[in-house]
Design a protein around this ligand. Structure first.
Ligand SMILES: [Zn+2]
Length: 455
């Protein structure tokens, strides 16, 4: 039995021997009681609930695509570049060569097609005003200059007007006076100096005349595209930190499909600069201060002991997580480097390949959140870069509210067994490579090497 009171405080981790049964207990009837070692969440998986379908079928097979329409479905599509605020940078591909183009001029938007595009979020969670009023933050002069250059172009100024007008149209103010040029510039400042960005992928649907509509999820990118998607996200994260010295953490996440909170079903990641770490990261850092090896003991070693491993390659591992409100696959970098941006190119490809493989195995029909965790900018504690992929297939309800016990529709072993057969198929189809699956994993204690850099 696992009453929540049995959760041990972080101080108890120091010099303690690990007792996994406190956190993971399979009852004789098959109920799996779990406590997440990193969050303290109490979760049960009850037998028989896993037979419900998990895919969100309404997002698929809505008829045939019409040729020419596939690039103009939503505001993130490549024929509708002017429906997002001014672009910060894009990556384009010439054959096998990828290159970055910074601050594309409005006249040049359609000269190239972006494989990935970094644009400001029109609806910031943490606003430029927040940074200015609370910290006295001023964006770098180069961003103010970029705004001036953009607005000096007729197309650029019209773009700013259109985007601001669109935002205003969604507010409740019935009649609004026309804005002067100065007001447009003032309201456009956060497009250039703000700290909430999106990375948008090129394709909305899988291309091909007459085929059933299928959304392009992370798993339907090629491994090479996914590597650049990951690298470009890290690039944007470092840009935010470099631009705003008050940022202590950049929250990075991907909401896939509406049940996961996505406004658009066009693949994109979000980055939000924060002036704090948030409760979850703070708790993980505290745990590491008490026990630097916590992520080996309570993540990788734990998963290996209970056969929760799904796959690994030389630089990352993936396993079914315990104690999550939603079925959750955890991907960990094995690197000695704790920051995503410190990873070598080979390490980054390894982590990206495994994230990609998990998304590919899920397929595009399962709504999910992808959440990144890593060492905050201003801590000396090393936390391994890890990514949680949470399947948003259940909705916590009254039972959870009343008891603080969360019901997860899949046990960790059921989750593993849904993903593993699909990984074998994908490897046979040569859509994923370089991974060892399930029993092939070469497991050893303390595989996460971040701890060796922790002094
Ligand atoms: Zn789109």
């Amino acid at each position: 039995m696992l009453p929540i009171a049995s959760y041990r405080s972080v101080n108890e981790f120091q010099d303690s021997s690990v007792d996994y049964s406190h956190y993971y207990n399979i009852m004789p009837d098959g109920t799996v009681k779990q406590i997440n070692p990193f969050t303290g969440n109490e979760v049960w998986a009850v037998p028989g609930r896993s037979s419900r379908p998990l895919t969100n079928s309404s997002e698929r097979s809505r008829g045939k695509l019409i040729t020419g329409e596939e690039d103009a479905i939503c505001s993130f599509c490549s024929k509708r570049y002017f429906e997002t605020p001014p672009e910060k940078f894009r990556w384009v591909r010439d054959g096998e060569t990828w290159r970055k183009i910074e601050a594309v001029a409005p006249e040049e938007y359609f000269t190239t097609t972006a494989e990935f595009r970094c644009v400001p979020n029109l609806f910031e969670i943490v606003t430029l005003d927040y940074w200015k009023k609370n910290y006295g933050y001023e964006p770098p002069a180069s961003e103010a200059e970029r705004l001036q250059v953009y607005a000096a172009s007729d197309i650029g100024m019209q773009h700013l007007r259109d985007v601001i007008a669109y935002k205003q149209s969604l507010s409740n103010q019935a009649t609004l006076p026309p804005l002067t040029d100065a007001e447009i510039l003032e309201r456009s400042e956060f497009f250039f100096g703000g700290c909430h960005e999106l990375i948008n992928a090129r394709r909305h649907f899988v291309a091909g005349e007459g085929i059933d509509q299928e959304l392009v999820s992370s798993g339907l990118l090629t491994p090479e595209e996914h590597y650049y998607y990951t690298r470009i996200t890290i690039d944007a994260m470092e840009g935010i930190v470099a631009r705003n010295r008050y940022v202590r953490y950049v929250s990075i996440f991907q909401n896939w499909l509406r049940p996961a909170g996505a406004s658009f079903d066009h693949l994109h990641k979000q980055l939000v600069g924060l002036d704090e770490w948030g409760a979850s990261v703070t708790r993980q850092v505290r745990m590491l201060q008490s026990n630097p090896n916590a992520f080996n003991e309570y993540a990788s070693n734990f998963a290996a002991m209970y056969n929760l491993m799904i796959a690994e390659n030389d630089h990352a591992l993936a396993f079914a997580g315990i104690g999550h409100r939603y079925p959750t696959i955890e991907v960990f970098s094995k690197s000695v480097h704790a920051q995503p941006g410190e990873h070598t190119d080979e390490e980054l490809r390894g982590v990206s390949d495994l994230i990609h493989a998990i998304h590919a195995a899920m397929g595009p029909g399962i709504s999910c959140n992808e959440e990144w965790y890593y060492s905050p900018v201003d801590t000396i504690v090393k936390m391994p870069w890890h990514i949680l992929i949470k399947w948003r297939v259940n909705v916590p309800a009254g039972f959870e509210g009343g008891t603080s016990i969360y019901i997860n529709p899949l046990t960790p072993l059921e989750l593993r067994d849904r993903v593993v057969p699909r990984l074998y198929e994908l490897r046979n189809e040569k859509r994923v490579s370089g991974i060892r699956i399930a029993a092939e994993c070469q497991l050893r204690p303390n595989m996460l090497e971040y701890v060796s850099s922790q002094k």
